[in-house]
Write a protein that binds this ligand. Structure first.
Ligand code: G16
Length: 543
């Protein structure tokens, strides 16, 4: 039976870079999840009788919110929900299901790379019918609605069985529980040359994929070990756990350190290492004895994509988020295709992909993807790498070094200061903003500032404008530092400092990254006063 429940607004439900992310106890407050889900529905038009996809990364509280979302979808008039078995769908798999079955949209439950558990993070995000994260116009409307919501609709019903594949009726709405892996694995098989990757494995190629006890485990097992016949054990930490085994499911050099150490362990290291995050959209790529930065990975994938059957006709264009290095720009220039620079956040790629302006997109934050879905896609990036390795017969290290020799190297690093005082972080950014006009022409150490601005994006498709997307300080010679505050953290503020130097000279391509960037790192400190303003002597994470 449908019932309408009176509620009171919560005033902190503003979606960030990727949906609403909060600590689990915040989500467990009375009607907190219900308010947000009803606000999503209240901000949409025309879904009566349509299909909604529901799934998440399996973190703590996933099952409870899946039940809430199914009941509310029925009470609000959806005709059908498609739910991943046991409430599981990786973010790229959810995007694929929305697109493949022409759903109206989807609700994805995840806080991505943030830790999970009873006192850790949870998140809810809405994706539209193109399979991508809702654009700002919709997330703004949702936020507005959360501020005045006074009731939500749900069903009075016992728990719904989401653990068996099949369909049933729930008070006039069809509930279809689907295999979370099959459609996605089929799509990967269409895009990549599974025969040559299989052949490479059969000849003894060794890889390790660390699923970080998160959602990609079952996907990677099915694709790498079953379909591509990589030896059993290739996928590590393959069982998704509600608390990710107590780790941060964040594929970076700090949280995937075991994998990094293994890949750097000398002659016996595997040929290729990779990892994905909590919800399966990020990727980490480490060749034997070489870490590939996400920015370089984007450039290399774009330059070699034509080797995979799904991209054999070439790519239409490339997009990258502003803080991502300009390595991909050089590839676009050489290929004579469009290059787009967007704000941080996958949602900004949706219009470019839908309009056919770009095929491949990427972000420095370990996200790469293509027009096959409307989310970044961790396993997709790993499989494209494998396809390129199988097709070229070179090692990952050779591929990276040849790429630098051809295009030059963009030395790149990101310094994160996590959990800093929010006021101090905002003041730091404000102070930089305040001096942007006077910086050009000034000297910082031996560097001269050529340009300084607060990045604003003018979407070429819908002409929307997004301001204040990061402070950019460019120096003579093309080096730069960028400052912005993360939109995905859940405690305090995270200051991100992105540092980049272009080095065309191949004789200077093997300098240690922090050393190659030392003068820029010092300039960032001098310009922003990070130590004095945040009280931090060093970054929390360097990638
Ligand atoms: C999300 C977004 C990405 C963004 C990343 C980092 O990733 O989808 O587009 O690059 O956050 O954002 P920030 O620098 O604001 O923390 P994910 O994997 O968390 O969904």
């Amino acid at each position: 039976m449908t019932k309408t429940v009176a509620t009171r607004p919560y005033l902190d439900q503003k979606p960030g870079t990727s949906g609403l992310r909060k600590k689990v106890p915040v989500f467990q407050q009375e009607n907190y999840a219900e308010n947000f889900i009803q606000s999503i529905f209240d901000s949409l038009d025309g879904f009566e009788g349509q299909t909604l996809v529901i799934g998440g990364d399996g973190r703590f509280y996933n099952r409870e919110v899946v039940q809430i979302a199914i009941r509310m979808a029925a009470a609000n008039g959806f005709g059908k929900v498609m739910v991943g078995r046991s409430g599981i769908l990786s973010t790229p798999a959810a995007s694929n299901v929305i697109r493949k079955y022409k759903a109206f949209g989807g609700i994805i439950l995840s806080a991505s790379h943030n830790p999970g558990g009873p006192t850790e993070d949870f998140g809810i995000k809405y994706n539209t019918g193109n399979g991508g994260p809702a654009p700002e116009k919709i997330t703004d409307a949702i936020f507005e609605r959360t501020k005045s919501i006074d009731a939500y609709k749900t069903l009075q019903t016992a728990d719904i069985d989401i653990d068996q594949i099949g369909s049933f009726d729930l008070e006039g709405m069809v509930v279809e529980v689907i295999d979370p892996v099959a459609d996605y694995a089929d799509l990967m098989e269409e895009l990549f040359d599974f025969n040559s990757i299989r052949n490479m494995f059969s000849l003894g190629f060794r890889m390790v994929f660390d699923a970080m006890s998160a959602v990609t485990g079952p996907y990677a097992k099915e694709i790498l070990e079953n379909r591509l016949r990589a030896p059993s054990g290739t996928v590590r930490n393959a069982t998704p756990l509600p608390d990710f085994g107590g780790h941060h499911p964040d594929p970076n050099l700090v949280h995937a350190k075991d994998l990094y150490d293994l890949m750097m362990s000398g002659d016996n290291a595997p040929d290729f290492g990779a990892a994905s995050d909590g919800d399966g959209d990020r990727n980490l790529i480490i060749g034997k004895d070489i870490f590939v930065t996400p920015s370089d990975s984007l450039a290399i994938l774009a330059a070699n994509a034509h080797l995979a059957p799904g991209y054999a006709d070439g790519i239409a264009g490339i997009a990258r988020s502003m803080p991502t290095s300009a390595a991909a720009d050089r590839v676009a220039e050489k290929l004579g295709i469009g290059m787009y620079e967007t704000p941080t956040g996958w949602k900004f790629f949706g219009n470019l992909l839908d309009a056919g302006k770009v095929t491949i997109c990427g972000e420095e934050s370990a996200g790469t993807g293509s027009s096959h879905v409307r989310e970044k896609d961790g396993l997709w990036a790993v499989l494209l790498w494998l396809n390129i390795l199988a097709s070229r017969g070179d090692s990952a290290r050779e591929i990276v070094q040849q790429h630098w020799a051809t295009y030059g190297r963009n030395y790149y690093s990101r310094h994160d200061y996590e959990g800093v005082d929010s006021d101090a972080a905002n003041e730091l950014v404000e102070a930089l903003r305040g001096k942007l006009d006077t910086l050009p022409g000034t000297k910082v150490g031996d560097l001269t500032v050529s340009e300084a601005d607060d990045f604003a994006y003018h979407d070429p498709v819908d002409e929307s404008v997004s301001k204040h997307q990061g402070i950019r300080i460019l120096f003579d010679g093309g080096s730069r530092v960028v400052f912005r505050l993360s939109g995905t953290g859940t405690s305090g503020a995270t200051l991100r400092v992105y540092i980049e130097r272009y080095e065309p000279d191949a004789a200077r391509h093997n300098i240690e990254t922090q050393e190659a960037l030392a003068d820029l790192i010092a300039a960032a400190e001098e310009l922003a006063g990070i130590k004095s303003r945040t009280g931090r002597d060093a970054p929390t994470v360097i990638t």
